[in-house]
Design a protein around this ligand. Structure first.
Ligand SMILES: [Cu+2]
Length: 56
């Protein structure tokens, strides 16, 4: 978060502090289209959701 690496368990959610940037390393496990989104419902409803494609 903000350029600082942190250790810990594998996770499927990351808290992003306001005005911060997070870089995520992903092992998708299989070629597919994956979704990522904000869990704050007003944000989700206003479009903070996208997909990314992993190809073999
Ligand atoms: Cu959000």
């Amino acid at each position: 978060i903000n350029g600082t690496r942190f250790a810990g368990a594998l996770r499927d959610t990351v808290y992003v502090p306001p005005m911060s940037m997070v870089t995520v390393a992903v092992d998708a496990g299989e070629a597919a289209e994956w979704m990522l989104h904000c869990h704050h419902m007003p944000h989700l409803a206003s479009g903070m959701m996208t997909t990314f494609a992993v190809s073999a």
